[in-house]
Design a protein around this ligand. Structure first.
Ligand SMILES: [Zn+2]
Length: 210
């Protein structure tokens, strides 16, 4: 029996709420058949942070690696979805363990419920405490995925969670759509698009039950 594929992507498209002040996605035509051209060719202007995406270290460091150097193995493989919708503020390791976190998790996806998939940009969302990020990375974490717009708090200026992850060789997926996904283990397939040396890359993110 073939396993179902759950698409947990939020569209890289006009209408997807962008971070306030960032460039939203807009589309037009470079050539349009309605105007007599032989083909339709779209033109997109957008921040790469619209919809589901992977941040690169360049997002938080002037000399950080760009999205053309994201390691694919971090984004493909076993992942665990944990429901933290009941939590507010900083999430600690005991919170995660109570919600089903298992030691040695390589790819952790947090379902906060605060997502642009609901149609508006959320006011706030829970985030991992920096000490918890260090503990997870020391325990083998390579990828933190979230359904909210950032792994750091909306008001954060230091982006400490991003820095702790990148500093420990772990990576980031943001704006997942986990609304219909139950907690538990899955196979994650979420390679970033092959882009240039920009600070983030769009991702088509899929989960398959084990
Ligand atoms: Zn981002």
């Amino acid at each position: 029996m073939t396993r179902p594929i759950h698409d947990i992507s939020i569209a890289f498209a006009p209408g997807t709420p962008a971070w306030p002040g960032d460039t939203p996605c807009s589309c037009g035509w470079s050539w349009a058949m309605a105007d007599g051209a032989s083909v339709n060719v779209s033109r997109m202007v957008t921040s790469p942070h619209v919809g589901t995406h992977a941040d690169a270290p360049l997002h938080v460091a002037r000399d950080g690696a760009g999205a053309d150097h994201l390691p694919l193995d971090a984004f493909v493989g076993l992942a665990r979805v944990i429901d933290v919708r009941h939590l507010r503020g900083e999430i600690t390791l005991p919170h995660l363990e109570a919600a089903g976190y298992l030691s040695g998790t390589v790819r952790l996806l947090l379902h906060t419920g605060q997502t642009v998939a609901n149609g508006t940009f959320p006011e706030a969302w829970p985030t991992l405490a920096p000490a918890t990020v260090r503990a997870l990375v020391a325990d083998g974490l390579r990828l933190l995925g979230v359904d909210c717009p950032s792994v750091d708090a909306r008001e954060s200026q230091t982006l400490e969670v991003h820095r702790q992850l990148f500093g420990g060789g772990a990576f980031v997926l943001e704006n997942l759509d986990l609304r219909t996904i139950r907690p538990g283990p899955y196979e994650l397939l979420a390679p970033p698009l092959a882009v240039g040396a920009i600070d983030a890359a769009p991702v088509r993110a899929l989960l398959r039950p084990l």
